[in-house]
Structures are given as structure tokens and as C-alpha cells.
Ligand binder design. Sequence first.
Ligand code: GLP
Length: 259
Amino acid sequence: MRVVILPTEAEASNFAGQFIADYMNNNKNPVVGLATGSSVLLTYKALIKRHKEGRLSFKNLVTFNLDEYVGLPPNHNQSYRNYMKKELFDHIDINQNNAFIPECFDENFDSASSNYEANIAKHGGIGLQLLGVGSNGHIGFNEPTSSLQSRTRVKTLTKNTLSKNARFFDPNERQPSLAITMGIGTIMEAKNILLIGLGKHKSKAVAEVIEGPLSAFCPGSALQNHENVTVILDKLAAADLKLYEYYIQTEKMKSEYNC
Ligand code: GLP
């Protein structure tokens, strides 16, 4: 696992934006897995900036989002489809027909899930998966005790996740308690994974993901079993890492020796 620690969230997000841009420029038919939430917002801004400056085109890009609430219409303010349009898709030249989100409207959860998996496979798999991490260690909406082999399916959200995300819903609005999410097994099949962690409130989860035991209780720890994971952190999110100095030193060596 490569751990990159940068002083501020702006620098960490800019690094993430460049990482994604490099992947897109080095692949003729890029397939990127996208995340929602606050951790990736500045990264999306960094991508939009590169596009507006004429440095990055999204024309050939195919995307698969990690997850979506069950029961929200796509145009609902808090649907992840709407989030993606607002924060990224409407500002770049992506063909939105190639931007997939695991939507499920008719309660046919199993077929919505297996169709999503089949669609990922049809596009040759995900080349680069972008992830945030929940403060309980979840990736996507794979809550603690999710099977480390799980596939796309419906999950019940924990109290912790519901309360963390309640701020986005109006007080009298019904907040969905189910979501459809790529599984941990699905995420692990991506060829490359980029996880972004920002802020002090993520430092414990980040330390569990990187240095904790491999455990379904911290779903993000499954990434320890993946060959190509890069974790990008600001200083605050890295604060609980035991090997903090080692990660800094490793990156210094990497740039000195170009390896
Ligand atoms: C959310 C999403 C995840 C996201 C995580 C962290 O509930 N399902 O995809 O990465 O939790 O969210 P945030 O970046 O807002 O802290």
C-alpha cells in the first residue's frame, strides 16, 4: 500500500486529481469507479479545473459509481446521481450515458445488483477505483461485518452512517436506510484503487484501514490484500498512523530515486 501524506486537504485533493488524470491519459478506454461524499469534492474540482484548462478530456470515459440510496428518485436532491451531476458530470465533456450508478427503483434488488456487476464486466472491469472511507471504516456502503468477498447488493445502513449523513437531508425529509453498493469483492477487482482520507475525524478509521488487522469489522482493511492501492491523506487524517514518519520517508525516497 502506498501512503501519501500531504500538508493540506487542497494539496491531497490536487494530488488525487493528477493521479486520476494520469490514469485517464495513459489509458485509451479508461473505466473509473467513482465515489460520493465530502472527501472527493475537491478532487472533482481539480478534475474540472484540468478540463476547463483544456488539459483533460472525459469523452472516452466510462464510470461506475460505488453506491446509491434505495428509494430516492434520480433527480432527488440527495440522490448520488444528482450529486454526480452537480459536482462533476455537468462540468465536463463526459457522455452521461456512459456514467453508471447502481440504481434500483422497483425493489428488484437482486437483478439490479447482478446487472450492475455484468455491466462492469462488459466494460472490461474497473481500471481505477476512487474511494472515501466512513468513520466506521466502511468503503462504498459496505458497513462493518460486510463479507470481504461481497458483491453488489442491498445493505442496511448503520446508525453511525445514518447520523453522519443526516446533515444532508431536511429535518422533515425521509432519509433512506437502505443502499445498493458494490461489494468489497467487486471493489477488490479494480486494477488500481485510490483512497482519499481528509480531516481529523477520519484519522482513526484511516489507521485501522492501513495498519489495523484485516477484519470485516473494518471493511476498508480488505484493501491490505490488494496489490495496487494508493492512500492519499492530509496531515490531520494521518495523525493516528504509527508509521507516519516511515510513509513520509518512503515518498521522499520515491521522488529522489524516481522509483
Ligand atoms: C458515504 C459513502 C461513501 C463515502 C463515505 C465517506 O456514506 N457511501 O462512498 O466514501 O461515506 O463519506 P465522506 O467523504 O462524506 O466522509
